[in-house]
Design a protein around this ligand. Structure first.
Ligand code: ARG
Length: 578
């Protein structure tokens, strides 16, 4: 409602500002506030005073002119001018009731579908083969999956692209090492410790000349499509991604094996791309390598920086693959929008790749390329998140710890849940807490991983929101009557109603800006407003009239629905009891 009135006001001011003296920035400063004393209306603004100087009129004259433009209608029942030039709005309660009734009857909670859906490729997660998924992959996975869910809900044709690192010269060494292990241990060995596997392979490569020679040979064979090397390579990919899939499932992440579109997929395109870049004079030879110089990327001395697309030895690079990948996404997947969730250190890489693609004509201006960078995950000490011994934290261990902490927490809170039901609650809280801690911060900044904070039932956390939901559901187990038409009878109800009506806006903002924290903030504010309402407005107590009780039950029910839908868009489950 506030936003609605602010927009009305902005338009009215633009209309009376005939000499265009009010800048858009100034216009941005307009405030509409809820009044304390509702006998003077529901909302008020001091806009007339704010702009009187620019408009060369007395505040009262500005107020009158604005009131003239604003007129009353469906949403506003009355406009009054008070004091030196305050404008007071009386909201039509019938309008609010109608909007809430519409929302209640709509499974989408009146979140509109995008009128012109397009193919949106979302590049996220992207772990590397034969390596442990690291914390920056966790961030990419969690944030990317929330945006995937939101855009899909808004009706976009979302294509999940898991750009895994499944190609490169390291595979010679990895194949040689896998062969060695299989010879020692037989087929079907357990490769659960990727870190050790990679480390040992590297050690053999560095220390054993025979091994290194074989490894180099295998790279050549693999690139030539040799059957045996292909099979061994495939095994490494499958073993890694099977393990990662278990993590996705455990995290309630929507990625599936079919979403894997790794670097290897573009391998066959690379020679053609490089030749094309050369033909178009975009890539030039430089000391045996092929290099692209772009005027927009210069070093400190003003010299253009070179971007190698083919090395002296004929090998291709991460950049070359990403160029081919964009071409593929535009030509084969018909992407209208491509969104990358990689950490902020890859910003320059993305810029370079895009500039080359645009220059080569692989992407035209109608396609939007967006990098959604994110900061690092830090420990409580402000240093990069590590295990006590300084190693990288494995996601599995992280989730195990989250679950064991939640079990303890449930015991402390005297939870009576048992068996499978209890384990489901443990899962939902643990996964919810870990994801929400990440999602609720603006992704552009580093964030501090803090167990106590994320598992707290107070403050902007998943457990707090999940608990708010469960508490509402508990009311319905006791209520004897059905929810009914909303009749706004006091300020607490009005505030809650207005917040509920802001849900669609919050969801749309995430779709546009790819910032899930906007939805988190909205849900947190909603839960707080609800708690306030719940304290102030009795529902099931004796003495509450039937109409009011039924009206308040609808407000409760809608709050629960919005919390459930909102959290589900973030990839977090709610439960009836916890
Ligand atoms: N595998 C890469 C890494 O671990 C991330 C890939 C991101 N996506 C892309 N199209 N480059 O850092």
């Amino acid at each position: 409602m506030k936003e609605y009135l602010q927009n009305l006001l902005k338009n009215a001011i633009k209309e009376i500002d005939t000499t265009h003296e009010i800048s858009p920035q100034l216009l941005q400063k307009i405030r509409v506030d809820r009044t304390k004393d509702r006998s003077h209306g529901d909302f008020a603004t001091n806009a007339a005073m704010m702009f009187s100087k620019n408009l060369h009129k007395k505040p009262i004259e500005v107020a009158n002119a604005l009131a003239e433009k604003l007129k009353t209608g469906d949403a506003i029942s009355k406009i009054e001018i008070a004091g030196p030039g305050f404008i007071n709005f009386f909201v039509n309660p019938e309008y609010v009731s109608e909007q809430l009734a519409k929302m209640d009857a709509d499974p989408r909670l009146t979140v509109p579908q995008t009128p012109a859906p397009q193919n949106v490729v979302i590049d996220y997660s992207a772990p590397n083969v034969a390596k442990e998924m690291a914390v920056h992959h966790l961030r990419s996975t969690v944030i990317g999956d929330a945006v995937v869910r939101v855009l899909e809900f808004l009706g976009e044709h979302v294509i999940r692209a898991n750009h895994i690192g499944d190609w490169g010269t390291q595979f010679g060494m990895l194949i040689a090492y896998l062969e060695k292990k299989e010879n020692e241990q037989g087929q079907g060995m357990d490769l659960s410790d990727f870190e050790a596997f990679y480390r040992e392979a590297k050690r053999c490569y560095d220390e054993d000349a025979e091994f290194a020679k074989k490894a180099r040979h295998y790279v050549v064979l693999l690139q030539g499509g040799d059957d045996y090397c292909r099979r061994m390579w495939k095994k490494l990919v499958t073993m890694t991604m099977d393990q990662n899939q278990r993590l996705y499932d455990r995290l309630d992440v929507t990625l599936k094996p079919k979403d894997i579109m790794g670097e290897s997929l573009y391998n066959d395109m690379l020679p053609g791309i490089v030749k094309d870049l050369q033909d178009k004079n975009i890539a030039v030879e430089d000391q045996g390598a092929l290099v692209v110089y772009l005027p927009q990327f210069k070093n400190k001395d003003g010299q253009m920086l070179g971007n190698i697309v083919r090395k002296q030895d004929g090998g291709y690079l991460y950049t070359t693959t990403d160029i081919a990948c964009i071409k593929y996404r535009v030509e084969k997947l018909h992407a209208g929008r491509i969104i990358y969730f990689t950490d902020s250190r890859q910003a320059q890489h993305m810029e370079t790749v895009w500039a080359i693609c645009r220059k080569a004509g692989y992407v035209d201006d109608s396609v939007s390329l967006e990098h959604c960078p994110f900061g690092m995950m830090l420990g409580k000490d402000g240093h990069p998140f590590k295990t006590r011994s300084g190693g990288t934290v494995k996601l599995r261990d992280l989730l195990d710890e989250a679950e064991s902490r939640v079990r303890k927490l449930l015991d402390e809170r005297g939870s009576t849940l048992e068996g499978a039901e209890r384990e489901q609650v443990v899962h939902n809280i643990a996964v919810g807490a870990v994801k929400y801690a990440d999602l609720s911060k603006n992704r552009n900044t580093d964030y501090i991983f803090d167990w106590d904070q994320m598992l707290s039932f107070d403050g902007n956390t998943a457990p707090y929101l999940q608990y708010a939901y469960s508490r509402i559901r508990a009311i319905f187990r006791k209520a004897q009557v059905q929810p009914g038409k909303v009749v706004i009878s006091n300020a607490d109800e009005e505030t809650l109603a207005a917040k509920l009506l802001g849900f669609a806006e919050a969801v749309q903002a995430v779709g546009e800006k790819c910032l899930p924290n906007l939805l988190c903030n909205y849900l947190f504010e909603l839960a707080e407003i609800y708690m306030h309402f719940y304290e102030a407005c009795p529902i099931l107590k004796d003495g509450v009239s039937d109409d009011i009780r039924r009206s308040r039950l609808t407000l409760c029910d809608l709050t629960a629905k919005v919390l459930r839908q909102g959290l589900s868009l973030l990839g977090i489950n709610v439960m009836e009891q916890m």
